[in-house]
Design a protein around this ligand. Structure first.
Ligand SMILES: Cc1ncc(COP(=O)(O)O)c(C=O)c1O
Length: 486
């Protein structure tokens, strides 16, 4: 067997890994290896193959062996040979079709929806590439060599210092860099807290809002944590219903997905509960920067840093693909979370951490957030205008903040609206998808019909068409109670 990395970079621009194995001699083995490389897509249509001589030298085979193999593959249609342009992979040679996996909640049709109004993702076209690049360059230039050694699981000091200043200033978080642990986002923070199979820093049962992100509930269930739904009303989670639980997960700045802030009296009440019962509040501050109509609602953590675990990330402000977040911890949980993270940083790239530190310290992060706030506010306004004009009977809620709104529908019409959305090529979710499955049994909270509309995702040029399509999906004004929605 000859196993070789053929370095013909000057001719084909890339290394070509070929394994000459199997029965039938080297010619057959080379034919088989080249065929496999084309079939799998490793050699793309149009790629120029190395000349006989250099491939023969690299593989340690006779020049004629390569010439014969090429001729055979030309005859089979895998390759083409043309005077002056050498031997190339034929244009029609089809690589193996890759399996498409589509992230997100709503399964996309083969060609995908025409309009993506799913909540969850910021406008990807607005990622601040130039500012990030400038920060990355500065970070790389200034980084001491020790940066490239094993990382501290708490995260880079530069980032924790920048975050401590930013979170205090922008979100009212009371902390110091020593209380911050860098993580790869909120989901990672939850995993660190609740650990595998109940072995984490916190234990269930965990009270959660009756409507919340199903992904987080599933993650908790997989970690062996039982979640108990807390009903919601116009003032947010009904925290007076906390009984036996010792931990509660809340989205106080902007209830996800229904959209209101936790009322001041409830904020005070849940802190009182934590103090009286030795409880802890896990605060998910997923989009606190994006508040439009009123003064920003500060973090609950500011009321009592010893009773609140505060978690945030760049997933809404920059991109969920960066996988960069932070936990601000009461002192008693620090060691446990660091132990759960492991001896070395295994999650957040040091250069991403340093780039974000620079982005924040240079003021570019604030400028980006301000710019995006304006853009999303404009989108929010256009959504409300479109609904006022085309579907005035549909109530829009949760519009004072964030990147999504909830359209309240008449009882029993949610499912039909979601079906209509599929027909219209609109991807969005219904409220039912976010309802805790035990809500009916555990609370007196009625089922609510509605659509959760993310207005950040479509590119600017496609937004107007997405709004038109959305309005087509909504039930007409005279819809009466239909079949019960799930
Ligand atoms: C309710 C909620 N919490 C937190 C997040 C952020 O999660 P992560 O930081 O893991 O990307 C999201 C999604 O963006 C969310 O919808």
């Amino acid at each position: 067997m000859v196993d070789s990395w053929v370095n013909s970079a000057e001719r084909i621009g890339a290394d070509l890994h070929l394994e000459l194995a199997g029965p039938g001699g080297r010619r057959a083995a080379l034919i088989g290896a080249l065929r496999e490389a084309v079939r799998s897509g490793r050699l793309a249509p149009g790629t120029r193959l190395p000349p006989y001589r250099s491939l023969a030298a690299d593989l340690g085979v006779a020049r004629n062996t390569v010439a014969d193999a090429y001729a055979e593959l030309v005859a089979e249609g895998w390759l083409t040979a043309r005077q002056g342009s050498g031997t190339r992979v034929a244009d029609r040679a089809q690589p193996l079709r890759r399996t498409e996996r589509t992230p997100g909640r709503t399964p996309l049709r083969a060609r995908g929806p025409r309009h993506d109004l799913r909540q969850g993702t910021p406008d990807a076209s607005a990622f601040p590439r130039a500012a990030w690049l400038a920060s990355y360059r500065r970070a790389l230039q200034q980084a001491p060599n020790e940066v490239f050694g094993p990382g501290d699981p708490a995260g880079r000091r530069e980032l924790r210092e920048a975050l401590a200043e930013y979170l205090a200033r922008a979100r009212g978080v009371r902390t110091e860099p020593e209380r911050i642990v860098v993580c790869s986002g909120f989901a990672h923070g939850l995993r660190l807290l609740f650990g595998p199979a109940g072995g984490g820093v916190l234990r269930g049962p965990l009270a959660v809002e009756a409507y919340g992100l199903d992904f987080h509930r599933e993650l908790l269930t997989a970690a062996g944590v039982r979640t108990v739904p807390l009903p919601l009303d116009a003032d947010g989670a009904r925290v007076e219903r906390l009984v036996r639980e010792r931990a509660v997960l809340l989205t106080p700045a902007h209830q996800f997905p229904t959209g209101g802030p936790l009322h001041a009296s409830r904020r005070a009440a849940v802190i009182d509960w934590a103090r009286a019962r030795g409880g802890v509040i896990v605060e998910d501050d997923y989009d606190g920067e994006f508040r439009y109509d009123r003064k920003p609602v500060g973090a609950l953590q500011g009321l009592d840093p010893e009773r609140v675990i505060y978690i945030g990330s760049v997933s809404k402000s920059l991109s969920p693909a960066l996988r960069l977040g932070w936990m601000v911890l009461p002192e008693r949980y620090l060691d446990g979370v660091l132990a759960a993270k492991g001896e070395r940083e295994a999650w957040a790239s040091v250069l991403d951490q340093l780039s974000l530190a620079d982005l924040i310290a240079s003021g570019a992060y604030d400028r980006h957030v301000r710019r995006m706030r304006q853009r999303y506010r404009g989108r929010r306004d256009r959504l409300v205008e479109a609904l006022t004009a085309q579907a005035p009977h549909v109530e829009v809620t949760g519009v004072a903040a964030g990147l999504h709104a909830v359209l309240r529908l008449p009882p029993g019409t949610e499912r039909a609206a979601l079906k209509a959305a599929v027909w219209q090529g609109v991807a969005l979710d219904g409220l039912a998808a976010f309802r805790h499955p035990a809500t009916d049994r555990a609370t007196d909270m009625p089922t609510e019909d509605g659509l959760v509309v993310g207005y950040a995702t479509p590119p600017e040029h496609a937004y107007a068409a997405a709004l038109d399509a959305l309005c087509q999906v909504l039930p007409p004004p005279d819809t009466r109670r239909g079949p019960a929605s799930g």
